[in-house]
Design a protein around this ligand. Sequence first.
Ligand code: AMP
Length: 621
Amino acid sequence: MAEKIIGIDLGTTNSVVAVMIGDEPVVIANQEGSRLTPSVVSWTKEKEILVGDPAKRRAILDPENTVYESKRFIGRKYEEVVEEGKRVSYRVVADEKGDASFDIVNLGRKVRPEEVGAQVLKKLKEAAEAYLGEKISKAVITVPAYFNERQRQATKDAGKLAGLEVLRILNEPTAAALAYGLDKKSDVKILVYDFGGGTFDVSILEGGEGVIEVKATAGDTHLGGANIDERIMEWLIEEFRRETGVDLKRDRTALQRLKEASEQAKKELSFKLETEINLPFITIDPSTNQPLHLQKRLTRARLEEMIRDLVDRTMDIVKKALEDARLRPQEIDDVVLVGGSTRIPLVQQKIRDFFGKEAHKGVNPDEVVAVGAAIQAGVLSGEVKEILLVDVTPLSLGVETYGGVMTVLIPRNTPIPYRKCETFTTASDYQTEVEVHVLQGERPMARDNKSLGKFYLTGIPPAPRGVPKIEVCFDIDVDGILHVTARDTGTGKEQSIRVQASSGLTQEEIEKMLKEAQLHEQEDKKKKELVEAKNQLDQHIYNLEKVLKESRDKIPGDVVSEGEKVLEEAKKVFASSQDVQEVRRVTEKVLETAGKVGGYLYQHTSQKPGEGGDVVEGKPM
Ligand code: AMP
């Protein structure tokens, strides 16, 4: 039997592991019997590592040594997250490479976010192994759609540290869409409303014929269930201060208990209309040395009042995503709920009011992303039969070639992963380096497209133009990362870069680029024709010039001077003409003259024109 591959939702607040058993995705409970594992790691003075619930319980008691929400820092440079670092209770510092790390006092060293992620992944891997009774070594892990290449790579590294080969990094909304079954529908648009513990994300996706396309994304990285817990906590602290005059903020143990009780009350109010928060012996009254107790009733209506602005903020973001996708609420076929905070009745009510229908209630919102990851894992292990093409390139990818033209290697809408190689050559004699300029877009001229990056392949042995063969390969992996390699086939020397194929482009920008390409189609076509005609002319000028120079003494003087005259005219046309017909006419003339000269040489020296000279292999760069 094929080895099982697990699907993991490595979340900001909680993580979940799932696996396909037969045709069914199954969420696996952890060692404590819980299907949700808090993404929290804590190190004790004895250097013991606690992961999940036991670690979460230490968050306020030992704030410096307990790392939560480490996902905010994975794959980030310290300078990018200075502000973010101020919001957490542990110390965020830069490591020797300038990457964000955590300074853990109890360990006496820095810990990278990958290591924290790895601890959570290891716990989930072990839970899966205990459940399945077999060793697990492969996984699919999900990340937010907006994660860049470094964040994705760091997530893969976390997997490796946990002893997992990460076969695929899957976008969270795509995973939710898979769990919903979007790949099996045609022409269906869904909106994924992901309201978790610390973040809020909206994605609009369209499915059809096995392809899932992300149409728009929007979000707020600091809006989640924790904000709601804080509101309840603040209310409790204020009420307690008013009643007893004691400030609970000064008592860490009290704060930890308040935090847990606030979250608990919030969750209960999703199912009940009223709840009681009961914290006996919450603190000691400093003036009387007597223990104090906290007891409060909280109603759902009161909670809703406290958090209405937070829920309204999520709806503003929904509106923005719809605007970006140019869709009206009625055009969304289903709203898929992700994240524990979507259980709040006020959230569901706002969605119902806005879209005019109930949100889709198929999969448990805490588990939907992990279930999607398990389905993808099942496809990779061969357990799930359908072929799922989950992503396509949104725009064409190519390189700049001679004359400023974009030469496409991978056309838009190509299902990924995909690999394509093409051979190019040099544009001038004795050129020892070529610039590989990677472009994205639909316009024929390089400058009208988006530049994704450039690099140089150096050390090409000097040779006439057109002789060196440079093989350029574009390789988009399943995670949407584009690897570009250029290799001089003569020497085997190579250079490469990696770029995010959809690097920083929003759906809006992609659409704008497509529109512009359409708008300029005719004029672009003309420009490209002219450049191509000129490139040809340039090549023939070069050939004629070379033959005249090398064989001057073997050709009668009048033929030489005729050749020179033609060359002079051709160079002028090459330099300044904007008329493709004129360029073609003069090219004919150059060819004719070359034929005359060549024919003459052939008769006298039995060397055919061009022989021993140029072989043009592909386009010059
Ligand atoms: P996630 O990041 O998706 O794991 O979501 C976790 C967040 O959902 C936490 O803030 C939880 O407190 C919250 N949550 C879980 N269950 C409920 C519930 N029944 N009602 C309200 N919030 C909940």
